[in-house]
Ligand binder design. Structure first.
Ligand SMILES: Nc1ncnc2c1ncn2[C@@H]1O[C@H](COP(=O)(O)OP(=O)(O)OP(=O)(O)O)[C@@H](O)[C@H]1O
Ligand SMILES: O=C(O)C[C@@H](O)[C@H](O)C(=O)CO
Length: 331
């Protein structure tokens, strides 16, 4: 079993950096966008999803991000506070930006997702708004990579990672690649490469690592080669997620393992990555082994994809361990 060393004497288990927005999920299942009668509203955004995931498991979690001074921004802050998330790092922008909004169908696969990020508030956060003391008070800094897609958020994200490194705060990069956020894959691979070099743990799926290797190894699809390439500089662990095929985990010392999935009745494919990250990071922040963290993340993801939202479908600690116990008994 593998232990990831981190500073335990910290006020916060984790701080998550990136977007917090609104998810509008189809009211009807298995219905095309054109035929949906309406939507159910939730808080979303990859970083907010991960923060809620950790909080619902019982973690003390903070946030670094920015929402607009509009009704959606107020809704997001109210919900996240209600979930017990510390918002000392949440900025509010009054320059006319807009809180990110995602519209989704509700189908087990081939789900349309439309995310409106025109002048997105989360990308307005500035380096001078990132507090190094706040980061020094957390065991883990979780960065969701879309925050790298535009300045000044790009610089704010990189300085946050530098602050974390200097204060021995573990750095996790969840790649969170959204192609429409980037001018080209070459641009993306450059900044993701810099961020990966500042990270202890890099979590991505095959498509995301393909993007990250656009310049370094175009056309490579071999996970082992990808892991070898990114297990450099500060990076101790690379996790390659593979949807219903589970995940592969590679450690700097050569140890590697695979984790299969927990089979469920899937309502939607998305949210799996954020819940996986939340379960993994919560486990590590509480001194758990890497293997257990990946199992917990895998179970949290299965629970989430069988639900009808992201944030609200994140499991509590009791739900997570009941799910695992029930499934393991039936093996
Ligand atoms: N259909 C499924 N059933 C059960 N577990 C799943 C399913 N799809 C994904 N998972 C679990 O979730 C983990 C992460 O999912 P995935 O590989 O899809 O990440 P992702 O591409 O970041 O997802 P997304 O961006 O859609 O949230 C997988 O490694 C697996 O453990
Ligand atoms: O990450 C986002 O901005 C949208 C998510 O909250 C949403 O649940 C999703 O993952 C759709 O793909």
């Amino acid at each position: 079993m593998t232990k990831i060393a981190l500073q335990q004497d910290r006020k916060l288990d984790a701080i998550v950096l990136g977007r917090a927005g609104v998810d509008l999920y189809a009211r009807e299942s298995n219905t095309d966008m054109a035929d949906i009668s309406g939507f159910n509203k939730f808080v979303g955004g990859s970083a907010a999803n991960i923060a809620v995931a950790i909080s619902k498991l019982g973690g003390n979690v903070g946030f670094i991000g920015c929402v607009a001074d509009d009704a959606f921004g107020g809704y997001v802050k109210q919900y996240m506070s209600g979930q017990g998330i510390n918002l000392d790092g949440m900025m509010t922008d009054s320059s006319g930006s807009r809180t990110s909004v995602a519209f989704t169908e509700m189908k087990p696969s081939d789900c349309t997702v439309l995310i409106y990020r025109n002048n997105a508030s989360d990308l307005t956060i500035k380096p001078e708004q990132v507090d190094p003391e706040y980061i020094a008070n957390a065991k883990v800094l979780v960065v969701t990579g879309t925050a790298l897609s535009e300045s000044p958020s790009r610089e704010a994200t990189l300085i946050a990672m530098e602050h974390a490194r200097r204060s021995n705060t573990l750095v996790v990069l969840d790649v969170d690649y959204r192609p429409y956020s980037w001018r080209t894959d070459v641009d993306a691979s450059i900044y993701y490469g810099i961020a990966a070099g500042l990270s202890d743990i890099v979590i991505g799926n095959r498509e995301e690592f393909d993007m990250m290797e656009t310049v370094l190894a175009p056309g490579n699809t071999d996970d082992d080669a990808t892991a070898d390439r990114f297990l450099r500089s500060n990076t101790q662990v690379v996790v390659v997620k593979a949807g219903e095929f589970g995940s592969k985990v590679y450690c700097r010392d050569g140890h590697k393992f695979q984790q299969g999935i927990f089979r469920v009745d899937v309502q939607k494919p998305f949210g799996s990555g954020d819940s996986f990250a939340g379960g993994l990071i919560w486990t590590l922040a509480n001194g758990g082994e890497l293997e257990d963290g990946v199992k917990h993340g895998t179970a949290a993801a299965a629970i989430n994809v069988s639900g009808n939202s992201c944030t609200e479908a994140m499991p509590t600690k009791e739900q997570l361990f009941d799910f695992i116990e029930t499934r393991e008994k039936s093996l």
